[in-house]
Design a protein around this ligand. Sequence first.
Ligand code: FCB
Length: 457
Amino acid sequence: MKRFPEGFVWGSATSSYQIEGAAHEDGRGESIWDRFAKTPGTIADNSNGNVACDHYHQFATNIDLMASLGMKAYRFSIAWPRILPTGRRAHVETRGLDFYDRLVDRLLEAKIIPFVTLYHWDLPQALEDAGGWPSRDTALAFVDFADVVSRRLGDRVKHWITHNEPWCISVLGHANGHHAPGRSSFPLALATAHHLNLSHGLAVPVLRQNAPGAEVGITLNLLHCDPASPSEADHLACRELDGTFNRWYLDPIFGRGYPEDIVRLHRQDGHLPPEGELPFVKPGDMDIAAREIDFLGVNYYSRAIVRSAKVPESDNLAPTVFAAEDATDMGWEIHPEGLLKILRRVHSEYSAPRIYVTENGAAFDTGPGADGRIRDTRRRDFLRGHLEACQTACDEGIPLRGYFLWSLLDNYEWAHGYAKRFGVVWVDYETQQRIPKESARWYREVIRANALPERDA
Ligand code: FCB
């Protein structure tokens, strides 16, 4: 059995709005997801995060669950409106801070390392009303939030992630309106991306100051892109998608500014002015965005096979298609090789100093059988494939230090509501009963052995 490197960090990930519930307790302010979920037509099953997995009250049970599964680390996020109900530090809600304080202490007692994400999408509605992420002010408010939280937790939390998936926040939230706050303007999405980068860079020294010795990073969702055919048009389309999805977010963090080819593209399509400085970039910003990080968090779910819309079908050679059984309930192709390619790339092209896979997992709705057991073999196979990719990466000397599966529990999958189940633990939303699935037991064995078992049954 080939083992993972000594000290490899095995964990699971969640986020505040998706599991906490207690939306109106202990002074928590309104978030953009509370507001968005109330808007007709936004959420597939018309649900919201008011109760979710009731983690706010049941965090101890959830930590016991993690401990029983042998998990070494836990990545969770802080609900900004619980700490600063109006978004700004004029009013700090200590009951919110107390909650995360208890959570962290309990994790440490269970010998589980806390990895804190500061922003996983639940912006205080008051900040949205004042302009939200397209406004530069929000970047400054984020730094205050980072300061308040890290002053309180920085003595014990030594792993900090500023933002989760800036592409989703920018594009899903501001360009196509699929996520909160539901805006639909690409220029706003570009301003959002920049203010996220800026706020990230501004927060880095604050976190280092308040949490001595901590590792600080950011999590990007990266998508491996392959052209659908060898045609030049498909190659170009592939490069463009890679640019808008991956490079637009990677390049500024690693000191390269915004990619020229995509700037040109956005000037042509009218999302940026035809010439001159980018409207949202002020002198010095790009240096701030590129402040040194200790690690890059990579969230990986799938790849894209890219076909140019600009050429007729017949110009493409054999189009690459994938069978439906190779997709998860999200319709996302299962493609572990893409994870390996992404890890190689962030190592060789960007020299990421350290890497954690901060999310990877699959939605399958397999539920309890007649005997109560949940045989989610497809999730187990998914995890094995992606962990093999991680192992190869480690063997190749890529500084991959850990893996967080998404997710510990079935939870609120944003605009999909509760219908998409990503957990290795089943949640019965009526009773809040939790049932570890077969994949959870399998993961426990992986962690115990620090290795993948020989072929599974
Ligand atoms: C990621 C999000 C996470 C979860 C998974 C399935 O984009 O970070 O909250 O929704 O997708």
